[in-house]
Design a protein around this ligand. Structure first.
Ligand SMILES: C[S@@+](CC[C@H](N)C(=O)[O-])C[C@H]1O[C@@H](n2cnc3c(N)ncnc32)[C@H](O)[C@@H]1O
Length: 211
């Protein structure tokens, strides 16, 4: 567990709902609801934060939701208790999951891989715990290819990184680098906010040492 990242998000938990709870969830809610409507089988959700995403989960699923921050999880618990299905919350670092290979059928993320310190290692770990042919569905914001957005996001990232997410990640490339196949995206806003899909390859359950 990375203590610096944990502390940063513990601190962010306090004002998180105030900053992110209303406008953004109202705006992105329909996209998240559509993505999460494909939840089925053994589902892993990374990272639950204060539980804002739970309102968009389809009822009746069996979901394990993790987060590195105990403070975030504490806040998510009330929303998790109201979920009409089975929702287990666990404090775990996505870089180092304690699940055996091929534990889950589907993985979902939501504004997560802007925040994970080493995204390729985290995504490799998700590939490991997915069964071969299992899918990942991500609602994420990333960097942009277009000027001046790319410059703006690059300039803001060092500051934002201190208190929250990175703003210029290339999550599509990171997924491919982590060994996911059939990687594709649905744009949501400009080329920054997007839904990304990928598949854990079927050929072999074994992972190469460095990807
Ligand atoms: C921007 S918040 C998104 C939370 C929630 N999905 C939402 O959209 O409101 C990013 C979350 O990722 C979590 N996180 C950061 N690094 C992590 C890691 N290595 N493992 C698990 N969770 C992590 C943080 O604690 C935080 O709750």
């Amino acid at each position: 567990m990375d203590p610096a990242t944990q502390k940063k998000w513990d601190r962010a938990a306090l004002g998180y709902d105030l900053m992110n709870g209303y406008g953004p969830e109202w705006r992105w809610g329909p996209y998240k609801r559509r993505l999460f409507s494909t939840m089925a089988g053994r589902v892993l959700f990374v990272a639950i934060g204060t539980g804002q995403d739970i309102q968009f989960f389809p009822a009746g699923q069996e979901i394990t939701a993790i987060d590195i921050s105990p403070r975030m999880i504490e806040q998510a618990r009330v929303r998790a208790d109201g979920y009409d299905g089975r929702l287990e919350l666990r404090q775990l670092d996505v870089h180092d999951l304690d699940y055996p290979d091929a534990t889950f059928d589907k993985v979902f993320t939501s504004c997560t891989f802007c925040s994970v310190t080493d995204p390729v290692i985290g995504l490799r770990e998700l590939r490991r715990v997915l069964c071969p042919g299992g899918t990942i569905g991500m609602f994420e914001h990333t960097g942009s290819r277009f000027f001046p957005f790319n410059l703006m996001l690059d300039l803001m990232t060092p500051l934002m990184r201190q208190v929250g997410p990175e703003l210029n990640r290339d999550t599509l490339a990171n997924l491919q680098q982590a060994g996911f196949v059939d990687v594709n995206l649905d744009p949501v806003y400009l080329d920054v906010v997007k839904v990304i899909h990928g598949v854990a390859p079927c050929a072999s359950g074994a992972l190469e040492p460095d990807g």
